[in-house]
Design a protein around this ligand. Structure first.
Ligand code: CMX
Length: 134
């Protein structure tokens, strides 16, 4: 597997508008628009920072995974996403090593990415996303 870079760091927030006051107002970062990923009940806003991005995640529903995460742990870092050159090959490699996956095959992420989550039990409690972009 070839990890190319940290693609983004996902941060769970109650309100993107509120959180943007920090990322935009204080840090001077600009997001490139919002996108809702309906299947995951989440709206995202990406703020490019150098060679990577910060992704704010706001739940679209009280029973969505991001809302549940905030209920359990509060707002904060939700996942770290590594960009790989070939997500299928990466998943096969991890499966062969017996690493527990949440996604056995890629699903649709924001911005046309193909993504897959590894199980936090296999990654020291940190939710890790693999991500391939066209
Ligand atoms: N950090 C650490 N642990 C986490 C976690 C997180 N962010 N999210 C879930 N877990 C833990 C849970 O506590 C649970 O642990 P236990 O089994 O000990 O209770 C375990 O991981 C499994 O979690 P789950 O919610 O029961 O599992 P699901 O299969 O229902 O969902 C997940 C897993 C991570 C995909 C979902 O919770 C989630 O967060 N979905 C939103 C994904 C997202 O951010 N989408 C945006 C995509 C945009 C993009 O980045 O491109």
């Amino acid at each position: 597997m070839k990890v190319l870079k940290v693609d983004h760091i996902g941060i769970a927030v109650k309100s993107i508008d509120e959180a943007a006051k920090l990322y935009h107002g204080l840090l001077g970062l600009a997001d490139h628009g919002r996108e809702t990923v309906e299947e995951q009940k989440v709206t995202t806003a990406f703020f490019p920072v150098g060679d990577t991005e910060v992704e704010l995640l706001e739940s679209t529903a009280p029973d969505g995974p991001v809302a549940k995460f905030i209920e359990k742990k509060g707002e904060g870092v939700h996942h770290i996403a590594f960009r790989v050159d070939n997500i299928e090959a990466a998943l096969e490699e991890l499966k062969a090593q017996g690493i527990q996956l949440i996604d056995q095959s890629p699903r649709k992420g924001a911005g046309g990415a193909r993504i897959a989550f590894l199980h936090p039990k296999a990654t020291g409690g940190v939710l890790v996303e693999l991500c391939e972009r066209p």
